[in-house]
Design a protein. Sequence first.
Length: 103
Amino acid sequence: MSGATTPRRGRRAVATSAAGLVVERTGPLMLVQDAGRPGHGGIGVSPSGALDPRALADANLLVGNDPGTVGLEIVLGGAVLRATAAVWVAVTGAVGPLVRTAG
């Protein structure tokens, strides 16, 4: 994420995104993932990328991005995101609770 960092009292600085989304809390496991590097195993490069590549591609298509665009992969929940501008968000993959609060 690019952008300025905003220190908060008693907390680490939080990076803000030019796209208008701030990660307030990551939860136990949150990663920035892309489509990985498939097809390069012969030269020692692991595929890497999203745990559920189809869910990443679906989310990107839902918001009008290229299917390989990076996304936030949230495993085990607990993440708190705050929009600082109008943003499109898609939630795909495994079934789990989602809470949206207006602010």
